[in-house]
Design a protein around this ligand. Sequence first.
Ligand code: SAM
Length: 227
Amino acid sequence: MNDYLPVAVSLIRENEFRGFWAARWSPSLFGALLAWSAACLSAEPRWPAAYSRQPIPSVLFVPTPRDVIPDMLELARVRKDDILYDLGCGDGRVLIEAAKRYRCRAVGVDIDPRRVWESRQNVRRTGVSHLVHIERGDLLEFDLRSATVITLYLTPRLNSRLAPRLKQLKPGSRIVSHQFPIPGVVPRKTLRLVSKEDGHRHVLFLYVTPLQGRTVSVPSTGMETSQ
Ligand SMILES: C[S@@+](CC[C@H](N)C(=O)[O-])C[C@H]1O[C@@H](n2cnc3c(N)ncnc32)[C@H](O)[C@@H]1O
């Protein structure tokens, strides 16, 4: 303690005290502090650590390539007066694209809180908050009655479990499923394309309600996690 006394006394001496602050508030340091404060204020909120402890969804997040989304929306003939639901909405990219292109309303649901958080951030960032709404929940329990268009990128098993619930939809509603059909249900149209983004082949299945065929249950394919 006594070792610090002479330093403290010398700092209190007026000249050195002024020098001390002058050194620390140099223009460059002040500028750096200002930039840091601005960065803190503009930064998006951090991912809450508690979310990392949430259960893993039965289908993991693999986003639809961005260049496939316009084909999904065109296949469904989306219009401004549609209400598009993306069941298992991931980062919200399908909803955002639909809202931006067609100015239609869009609703997303995802069971994974990390995806809900991320998609809400993306909706805010892209300026479509007035059109897009995201909820956390299980798509198998979600109320689908308002939907006129549904987009899916799930698994055959999850599609088959969802199929009976699609009876809630109004006649003439369109369902586009990316990559996997709804087992037992006859698609109105099938579109095959290659994405420039990932170089892979993609298949889109269009269904129109009332669905043709009969829904069948599918055993686990191994594409789902154990939950
Ligand atoms: C293959 S990703 C598709 C994401 C987005 N629809 C797209 O096309 O880019 C599947 C998403 O479904 C979500 N999911 C899986 N099971 C679900 C369930 N039972 N209820 C709601 N969301 C689910 C996952 O968290 C994941 O974000």
